[in-house]
Write a protein that binds this ligand. Sequence first.
Ligand code: NAD
Ligand code: 0WE
Length: 263
Amino acid sequence: MGFLAGKRILILGVASKLSIASGIAAAMHREGAELAFTYQNEKLKDRVIKFAEGWGSELVYPCDVTEDQQISDLFSGLSESWDGIDGIVHCLAYAPAHELHGNYVDITTREGFLTAHEISSYSFVALAQAGKELMAGRNGSLLTLSYLGAMRSLPNYNVMGLAKASLEANVRYMAASLGPDGTRVNAISAGPIKTLAAAGIKSFRKMLEYNAGQTPLRRNVTIEEVGNAAAFLCSDLASGISGEILYVDGGFNTTAMGSLEQA
Ligand code: NAD
Ligand code: 0WE
């Protein structure tokens, strides 16, 4: 029996088979969880329904996190099939493309700043608020995905770094707020992975190569590795862990000068 047997977990952010959310769904399905999914827009609907089928799920709901109504409809829809939720996995982020290329101080706009923070950080607490009642008293777990750009500056990540810093603080405040209900809140800070969100980033390939060379493990991480850590954090094996940012990055964040091999 898998270590997530009997757990009901909602996953947001599947867009393709390369999505980190897909790696998480595969690991959680393997460990015996019952899963539900959301899609951002009609363009993604049929694709997510097909993926869900592959992971044994018929529970698929629309949810654009910029719409309060869609967030509230998501949980009323889900409550028709589930009398409780054991986990919510928040695997989404967005900043307008023009914010992610160029000199931070020169290019950042008020609108881009607000959009990045709304979609990438506010949405996490909005989902927690809407799902709170269904999660209370069942050793539930909330999980989100962050990136090292929250803690360190790096080229072009720009306002997304601020949004991830906000998201990580959100994890700590949500953990304090929901702890008394028995609900844990954590983040995984993943190393760079080539997903759809990454495909739009200029010189992402160069970054992946540099990152692999400077990482203790001398390689990049996979969505399977992030999936396994996510399954652990949402399971009772992690019952003592809350408010934590767990790095799944091959050790990259722990060095100051990873390697001189390619210097
Ligand atoms: P992805 O493109 O596969 O997933 C991003 C998802 O965000 C998509 O499913 C998209 O539909 C969703 N999304 C965007 N705006 C939305 C909205 N308004 N409402 C609902 N959904 C919306 O890319 P990914 O790399 O798997 O990203 C998942 C998470 O992992 C993000 O939080 C990202 O910041 C984080 N992350 C990615 C990497 C990486 O290198 N790929 C590294 C660390 C963390
Ligand atoms: O969080 C991310 C990327 C999230 C993301 C991606 C896009 C591309 C398409 C947010 N918004 C958008 N908007 C779009 O229009 N990552 C951790 C991956 C990533 O993105 C970078 C990185 C890394 C790593 C951007 C610049 C530098 C490094």
